[in-house]
Design a binder for this molecule. Structure first.
Ligand SMILES: Nc1ncnc2c1ncn2[C@@H]1O[C@H](COP(=O)(O)OP(=O)(O)OP(=O)(O)O)[C@@H](O)[C@H]1O
Length: 266
């Protein structure tokens, strides 16, 4: 069983090279975490977070720029340790913050499929079994024998998305980068992405896209200034955050699915 439990967790970044004059201005800014002025200025990216997530959780993370979404994802992935409080994570985490991370420009597409898979916690043998299927999905043909540096940006994304959607994660931590993929290819990747989430034990997904949140999540967390402002059913939380009913144009089937999921809970 996978689970994440966070109690009273804060994450702070001391800024050793901050200039005081420019800092005064940023204290007044609306975006971003609180900056406290001590000997060394400290950015409080997360403050006193309490969160329990269990098997089957499908959580969307929303909030303004600098609200703490990426920091929270990194805390949940075990990449950051809390500076106060604690975070315990049970389950193998596949963190997908940047599709291109772990790709090497000098080796071929085929080799990159293997490397990227290992990076996401798969074994070499598991990836060898998936290579052909990923190659088909990417439609890159002979290019897969060429070094990655010869690929266009879109070609790299095809490859990376093919690998990312082929894995079997226990805990899937997704940052919104995935939403930046070109629309036509994304349409093709949509089913794979849904299947990926379906076989993941848990999903936490930071996104600004209503469409993606509806597609993949059933509950949400609204981050604001480093704290959890609201947590609950996706429709309520995202609508409060955006100030309008973001699901008013959805089909009755989708609304029913979301309501069922939020009642049953993770
Ligand atoms: N490595 C770091 N060093 C210093 N400050 C950081 C660091 N990472 C994040 N922060 C600060 O922590 C706060 C929260 O940042 P975070 O990246 O978590 O926000 P976010 O909600 O993901 O924003 P966005 O939607 O813009 O990506 C911000 O004030 C940011 O400046």
């Amino acid at each position: 069983m996978v689970s994440i439990e966070v109690r009273g967790a804060s994450v702070e970044f001391p800024i050793f090279d901050a200039k005081n004059r420019s800092l005064k201005k940023s204290v007044l800014g609306r975006a971003g975490g609180r900056i406290s002025e001590q000997k060394v200025p400290v950015v409080e990216a997360l403050r006193d977070i309490d969160l329990t997530l269990g098997e089957g959780a499908r959580v969307g993370l929303v909030g303004h720029n600098g609200a703490g979404k990426s920091t929270l994802l990194r805390l949940l992935a075990g990449i950051y340790e809390p500076t106060r409080g604690r975070a315990s994570i049970r389950g193998r985490v596949a963190p997908v913050f940047d599709l291109a991370v772990g790709m090497d420009p000098e080796i071929s597409g085929y080799e990159n499929i293997l490397i990227r898979g290992l990076f996401l916690g798969m074994t070499r043998r598991e990836m060898e079994r998936r290579v052909d299927e990923i190659a088909d999905f990417s439609e890159l043909g002979d290019y897969l024998n060429m070094p990655l540096r010869t690929y266009s940006t879109g070609m790299r994304v095809r490859l990376a998305l093919g690998v990312v959607t082929s894995i079997d994660p226990e805990i899937l931590i997704l940052d919104e980068g995935i939403g930046a993929v070109d629309a036509a290819f994304l349409e093709k990747a949509r089913d794979r992405l849904r299947d990926l989430v379906g076989r993941s034990g848990m999903l936490v997904f930071a996104s600004h896209s209503d469409e993606f949140l509806v597609e993949l999540c059933d509950t949400a967390i609204w981050m604001d200034g480093g704290v959890i402002r609201e947590q609950g059913p996706l429709r309520d939380v995202v609508s409060h955050y955006k100030g309008r009913d973001v699901f008013e144009n959805l089909s009755p089937e989708t609304i029913e699915r979301l309501e069922r999921a939020s009642v049953t809970g993770p």
